[in-house]
Design a protein around this ligand. Sequence first.
Ligand code: ADP
Ligand code: MG
Length: 238
Amino acid sequence: FNSKLIKAEKMEIVSHLASSISHEIRNPLAVVRGFLQMMEQMDLSAQKNKEFLDISIAEIDRANDIIRNYLTFAKPSPENIEIIDIKQELERALNIITPLANMNCVEIDANLEQSYYIIGEAQLLQQCLLNIVKNCLEAMPEGGQLQISTSKLSQEIMITITDNGQGMTKDQLSRLGEPYFTTKGREGTGLGMMTAIQIIKMMDGRLNVKSTVNKGTTFQITLPLQEVALNEVAATNN
Ligand code: ADP
Ligand code: MG
């Protein structure tokens, strides 16, 4: 009886997810279709064409974000759990965001200590970091500074990510992580922080956020440290 109950619950979650995804994806698809149709049927200026293409690309990116963030909930995969080198993962994330930061005139100041190890899914940690960092960049539309650092607490590692962007009001901060909460209108999905928080929870971590309007925001991610001997790490990497 118990196992049936669990199965039924899972089915319910999956069908919720399926209907949420299709509902959410329909909007960007409809927008892209509309713009393509206009470009086909109307004799538009080069400038209008470019504008419609840019919007279409942004909408496709949004659809991608929606799918990726929803899939985190659909597919917890314990088989992918491994020993993760925090320094290596942060460097990987930095490689991805540096071009984006450069485009937005954001200077990155990374201060990563030595390698520290945690247990989790590297891909999910990447997604969590990118969701947070992307928000930081989006909070600095006129450029700014993004600081990323790590520090060791007694049994934990703390990743600190700070921007000097728009910041959040008390009310916005309290709604952070609520599904669909966004201040970005149709550019936003309101799924990024919900997913980041879920990933941190899956790794038995905590998230602390401090924010001041027009000053900036600091995200502190604390994750339990895995004490491993170096030969053990070498063994898992092979
Ligand atoms: P989205 O980015 O699609 O709006 P998120 O869940 O990633 O959705 O973020 C939700 C909201 O939280 C954002 O719309 C923004 O208002 C606020 N927010 C998140 N990170 C920051 C930040 N670094 N600075 C200011 N506001 C932020
Ligand atoms: Mg976001």
